[in-house]
Ligand binder design. Structure first.
Ligand code: ZN
Length: 157
């Protein structure tokens, strides 16, 4: 079995910034618009169609949203944010007052669910808007179709 190694020197890599004439998109403004559930491009149209499903495109400016790749990032960041709120608060209450377990359960379980639902949509909106602002995935008009890599195990058989 022959294994070929290929060394790629840094200067041999294609310069992605060469000929890049796309205008810079304001990242912070886009994120705030996305958090508010608004189109990151115009700030007028709605980003979401339902609670978490994104619209196919903005009804105000026509910016397409269907090619975002937020995937697992919104729940990941939601869990991280909610965990960093709930766990210190839970530990502080336990250290200060040592309430009974049923009191902990009645406080922290509903609060965790409430905060998760409160953060999920703004976090997803912010991530989709960030992808738009950075021309990631299908938001880059120069990029090809952003399809998943073919399964390498399929060629072995
Ligand atoms: Zn728009």
């Amino acid at each position: 079995m022959n294994v070929q190694y290929k060394t790629v020197l840094p200067d041999a890599q294609p310069d992605s910034s060469a000929g890049d004439t796309k205008p810079a998109r304001p990242v912070r403004r886009s994120i705030f618009r996305g958090m508010a559930g608004k189109c990151p491009a115009c700030g007028q149209g709605k980003l979401f169609d339902g609670f978490l499903a994104t619209r196919h495109a903005c009804e105000a400016c026509g910016e397409a949203f269907h090619h975002h790749r937020a995937d697992d990032a919104p729940p990941y960041f939601t869990i991280t944010i909610v965990g960093h709120i709930i766990i210190p608060a839970l530990l502080a209450v336990e250290v200060l007052w040592r309430p009974a377990l049923w009191i902990h359960m009645t406080i922290w379980i509903p609060l965790t669910i409430l905060l998760a639902f409160a953060f999920m949509r703004p976090v997803k909106g912010a991530l989709v808007a960030l992808q738009w602002a950075l021309y990631m995935h299908g938001f880059d008009p120069d990029a090809g179709e952003d399809l998943p890599e073919p399964d390498p195990a399929a060629s072995i058989k």
